[in-house]
Ligand binder design. Structure first.
Ligand SMILES: Cc1cc2nc3c(=O)[nH]c(=O)nc-3n(C[C@H](O)[C@H](O)[C@H](O)COP(=O)(O)O)c2cc1C
Length: 148
């Protein structure tokens, strides 16, 4: 089984999340490739069983150019039957826009036929111990969905 993680990170928080998730999935016996969104092409998800986006949200939910480019590519795909998951770090001071781009990607994956393997994990700013436990749990759900 192969997982593809695409992460968007400016100050490192989402990159840290992606790294923790990558290690978790590897420990669960999954072959994982992780790539920065600025170098990624959404079509790489066509080769994966589990498609994952780990993303920041900046600018009150308005996507940055690198996010929007990838998002538009994603919407061109048909990922019917594949599993997906989304997660990200944001900041609750942005209220209704908290982790908004995480949910944008959740909707996009659903729209193109993918099946959610685990509920979105959203954390505030830097990764802390409690957050690691949430990521670990989500990784187990993702692995379980591939076996199910
Ligand atoms: C100018 C600016 C705008 C932001 N806008 C949002 C936002 O709309 N929603 C949100 O949840 N977080 C927002 N954040 C917080 C970041 O998403 C948060 O710090 C995140 O951990 C950054 O991830 P990164 O370290 O991977 O870049 C904003 C931060 C800055 C500096």
């Amino acid at each position: 089984m192969k997982a593809q993680i695409v992460f968007a990170s400016m100050t490192g928080n989402n990159e840290d999340m992606a790294e923790i998730l990558e290690e978790d999935l590897q420990d669960l016996g999954i072959d994982v490739e992780s790539i920065d969104i600025s170098f990624a092409d959404a079509s790489s998800f066509e080769e994966a069983d589990l498609c994952i986006v780990v993303t920041y949200t900046y600018g009150e939910g308005v996507m940055t150019d690198e996010l929007k480019d990838f998002y538009d590519q994603l919407l061109e795909l048909d990922l019917t039957g594949k599993k997906f998951a989304v997660m990200g770090s944001g900041d609750k001071t942005y209220k209704d826009h908290y982790c908004e781009n995480v949910y944008d990607f959740e909707k996009a994956f659903t729209k193109i036929g993918a099946i959610e393997a685990a509920k979105p994990v959203t954390i505030e700013n830097a990764v802390e111990d409690d957050d690691i436990a949430l990521i670990d749990q989500a990784a187990k759900e993702m692995a379980g969905s591939l076996n199910g």
